[in-house]
Structures are given as C-alpha cells and as structure tokens.
Design a protein. Structure first.
Length: 202
C-alpha cells in the first residue's frame, strides 16, 4: 500500500486512505483507526472532517466516481473520430481506467447489495449507465449498430471490465496470468472491445 502524500491537506489524505482501505478490506473490515493511521492524522482530525464512518465511505466513493468521470471526459481527438471508433475509444478508456484503478469497481461490487449503501450506489450506476445508453441509442438510430437491448449492451462490456477490476487476483489464478500487469490489462481490454464492437456493428 503506497504511503500518503504528506504535502496534501488532511481531508484529501483521509479520503485517499479511506478509498484504499475500503476497497481492499470492505466497509466492515476497514476501521477508522486504520484509515487515520494510513492518512497520518489523529482520530479527532478524521472525525472533524467526517462525522461518521458511513459519511467517509460515501465521500470516498464519490471521489473515486469523480475521478472516473474526469478520466472519461471527451477530448478533441475522440470527438473527431467516426461514431463507432469513438465508442470503441470510450470503452477502451473505461476499461483501462477500471482495471488500472480498481478501487471504485471493488467498492461497488462489494457493497452494491448492502442495504446501507444500495440507494447511493444505485444512483451512481444509473447516472453512468444513462450516458452509455444515450450513446448506444444515438448509434442505433443512426444505423451504426444493431438494435440490441441497451441494458445487455452496457453489462456486456462495462460489467466485464468492472468484474475484471474487482477480481484481478481471481482472474490471474483462473487464467494463469498476471492481471495486475499493465500489458496484460491492455491486451485484455483491447480484445474485449474488439469482440464487442464486431458483435454490435450493423
């Protein structure tokens, strides 16, 4: 586990530590004591910034989601691509980020069915899915891709990347390779996107 950046103010250090430990050990397994120690702050400082462990968990989740959104923001280069290539580029970016920064997928997979967080995680997932759905609907209307159930389309690729990010150790054992290796990650993502795009194009 990487040490915290001592140059950061206390609040972002606490959030980074919380994200690291919640994704690794889950909500129940990550104590505020351990989070404060990793963030190199005193317990009263942690509780000054975050009134409860639940609040800290949700703020860490929001931070990870915001980082994802920022990383997936359109660029002039992707906007200039033909529609199907733009979709492929977006999916590759999502896959690379999900596997290279697995904290958000792990927190979602491990806590989505937890009644304490189900509502907030559901809202987050619906917002992300709505963006992909709008993209698929536009491509379907334009005749670029076949008319396929949009929920199935989203889960077919986004779900695969989320699972690969959340369970890298399991996949490494199952396929006798190292899913923590960047080259393996990129080859995996590229292959999934190629299979997906070839399967949906009109």
């Amino acid at each position: 586990m990487e040490p915290m950046d001592e140059q950061l103010p206390a609040r972002p250090r606490i959030l980074n530590a919380a994200l690291s430990l919640f994704s690794e050990y889950g909500y129940a397994g990550a104590s505020t004591t351990a989070i404060a120690e990793l963030a190199e702050v005193a317990q009263p400082t942690l509780h000054y910034h975050f009134g409860s462990k639940r609040e800290l968990f949700l703020e860490a989740l929001k931070m990870a989601d915001a980082r994802f959104a920022e990383g997936l923001a359109p660029t002039p280069e992707t906007d200039a691509l033909p529609p199907l290539e733009r979709l492929a580029a977006t999916l590759r970016s999502f896959g690379y980020m999900a596997i290279a920064q697995p904290e958000l997928p792990r927190m979602i997979f491990n806590h989505a069915s937890n009644p304490d967080f189900e509502k907030e995680i559901g809202t987050m997932l619906r917002a992300g899915n709505a963006e992909f759905k709008a993209m698929y609907e536009a491509l379907t209307t334009a005749g670029v891709i076949r008319d396929i159930n949009h929920a199935a389309l989203i889960e077919a690729v986004v779900g695969v990347f989320g699972e690969a990010a959340a369970f890298q150790g399991m996949l490494s054992s199952a396929h006798d390779t190292d899913f923590r290796d960047e080259t393996v990650q990129r080859e995996f993502v590229d292959a999934i996107v190629e299979i997906f795009i070839n399967g949906i194009k009109a």
